[in-house]
Design a protein around this ligand. Structure first.
Ligand code: SAH
Length: 210
């Protein structure tokens, strides 16, 4: 079956699972997820589960990716910070959803950065940065949106400081094995939090991680 056909099937599955945001679905239909998975997993590129990408990390399950992006309420022109570039797949989707806005995506593992950079070089509105994203990325702050694809014990203070008023953070928070995706809105310098659901993520490392 062609990759486009597999992507269309994945879209149907995501709709059945409750994803309704058309822009998110269109982006998933367009971005070739198989470019972001290791060769040995090509056959599973469009299946609804996470896949290993090296260094003990994973490319998240498509449903989880779609769920978080829907919650993030992305709009063209926004400035976004992603923590956890990993394969670069989520970054490519965000870049598509916010263009001509700009995405800054932080990763700690050099090998993952190298791979992601080579795939993402055709996206002119993505900058991959080697930095501890648990501390945010002060240089380009403030951001309209911050999304983390690694789970930490709490929302790091620098993320609040680097978020615009009325901005949103989507991040998995909890213990190493049990996490809830939180949606937090910055109102009068404080975060108003909402719990969205249980998922499993790799741990956030660094200063504010595990
Ligand atoms: N968004 C990715 C998912 C990657 S999994 C994708 O679409 O493939 C989470 C990633 O977060 C891992 O690659 C891990 O190395 C990275 N990570 C963990 N702690 C981090 C930190 N403090 N700063 C930046 N990246 C971090």
């Amino acid at each position: 079956m062609s990759y486009q056909k597999q992507r269309n099937q994945l879209i149907n599955l995501l709709i059945r699972e409750g994803i309704i945001n058309n822009q998110v679905l269109e982006a998933i239909k367009k971005i070739p997820r198989h470019h972001f998975v290791p060769k040995e997993y090509l056959k599973e590129a469009y299946e609804n589960h996470p896949l290993p990408i090296g260094k003990g990390q994973t490319i998240s399950q498509p449903y989880t990716v779609a769920f978080m992006l829907e919650a993030l309420e992305l709009k063209p022109g926004q400035k976004v910070l992603e923590i956890g570039t990993g394969s670069g797949y989520n970054a490519a989707l965000i870049a598509e959803l916010i263009k001509p806005g700009k995405l800054y995506t932080a990763e700690i593992y050099q090998t993952l950065i190298k791979k992601a950079k080579s795939i993402l070089k055709k996206y002119s509105n993505i900058k991959v940065i080697k930095t501890d994203g648990s501390q945010g990325y002060q240089k380009e702050a403030p951001y309209d949106r911050i999304i983390s694809t690694a789970a930490g014990p709490e929302i790091p203070k620098p993320w609040l400081a680097q978020l615009k008023e009325e901005g949103l953070i989507i991040a998995p928070i909890g213990t190493r094995f049990n996490q809830i995706v939180i949606k937090a809105k910055k109102i009068k310098n404080k975060l108003k939090k909402q719990e969205l659901g249980y998922f499993q993520f790799v741990p956030l490392k660094g200063e504010y991680g595990y």
